[in-house]
Design a binder for this molecule. Structure first.
Ligand code: SF4
Ligand code: SF4
Ligand code: SF4
Length: 282
């Protein structure tokens, strides 16, 4: 091959490589934009629920406490307003997955905001953030079931006052309702502050590891219509992008998408370089 022909070939290859790089950059930007729109939309919805219905999660768990207290008393379970809200939230979870946790729960939203603020500050200060080992996460996620069982036993034994006294939700619910009472709630406030620290260190710390309401939601079955699906065989080899973006670190290569931990935040869908996660796949 002549020198001129070789030059042409090299130029053509360079041109192809450049346009491939350009396409990859454009694709990355488009994905980042889609992810940002989704996350801003989620924050907007979270703010609305925080302002207008911050008590939903504690009322839903209040209904569970009511049910177990009635059972412990051998009394009839009343269809109270709390029980109605619980039924609606459970129905929504069965239909669409834990969309309430990802988009509407005030406590989960506060956890998201604290985490984002702490990570932003650490980045500005050039401090490496602490990470809980990914291997440990699935084990820690089981703690919430133990907490749920203990709380149900306490309700069954008519110990609701004790739960209220120690529950970190008590000060949060009072404060979001504009009541800044602290007397008698010292233990609950300390627990709440410890949880705030955890929320800053690990994304969805409380939701994943400690929340009894999250434990209930994660145990509910999910109808398949709104379950996220992925074509595993079309994945990029060794790609972990979806797991690394997942706030609850679901191993998509191991778990089915009906994983009870999924809070339907949509980050994996928006961030997949192959647009390989969605509702449509079989
Ligand atoms: S896991 Fe609990 S605190 Fe977290 S979003 Fe769900 S209900 Fe709210
Ligand atoms: S990000 Fe997409 S391509 Fe990568 S593992 Fe997840 S689904 Fe597969
Ligand atoms: S699997 Fe996807 S939608 Fe579910 S929590 Fe993880 S990133 Fe969010």
């Amino acid at each position: 091959m002549s020198g001129v022909a070789i030059d042409k070939k090299v130029k053509a290859e360079r041109g192809q490589a450049q346009s491939a790089r350009g396409a990859a950059v454009a694709d990355r930007k488009a994905r980042a934009k889609k992810a940002a729109i989704l996350q801003y939309g989620r924050i907007a919805v979270q703010i609305l629920f925080f302002l207008f219905a911050p008590e939903l999660f504690s009322q839903a768990f209040g209904a569970i406490k009511e049910i177990f207290t009635s059972m412990g008393n051998a009394a009839v379970i009343q269809a109270s307003a709390f029980v109605t809200k619980l039924v609606i939230l459970c129905f929504a979870t069965i239909l669409c997955g834990r969309i309430f946790c990802g988009w509407a729960c005030a406590f989960g939203a506060v956890g998201d905001w604290i985490f984002q603020i702490v990570q932003f500050v650490l980045k500005k200060l050039k401090i490496k953030p602490f990470r809980i080992s990914l291997k440990l996460v699935p084990y820690l996620q089981k703690i919430k079931y133990i907490i749920l069982i203990l709380l149900l036993l306490l309700c069954f034994r008519q110990q609701n006052a004790m739960i209220t006294k120690y529950s970190p939700w008590t000060p949060f619910s009072l404060w979001t309702a504009g009541n800044f009472k602290t007397a008698g709630l010292e233990a609950a406030i300390i627990l709440f502050l410890l949880i705030v620290v955890g929320m800053g260190i690990h994304e969805r710390f409380f939701c994943q590891f400690l929340c009894p309401m999250g434990a209930v939601f994660s145990l509910l079955p999910e109808l398949p219509f709104f379950a996220l699906k992925r074509k595993k065989e079309e994945c990029i080899p060794n790609c972990q992008a979806c797991r690394m973006q997942c706030p609850v670190k679901i191993r998509l290569d191991e778990s089915p998408f009906a994983d009870g931990e999924c809070i339907r935040c949509g980050r994996c869908t928006a961030g997949c370089p192959k647009k390989n996660i969605g509702l449509r796949h079989k």
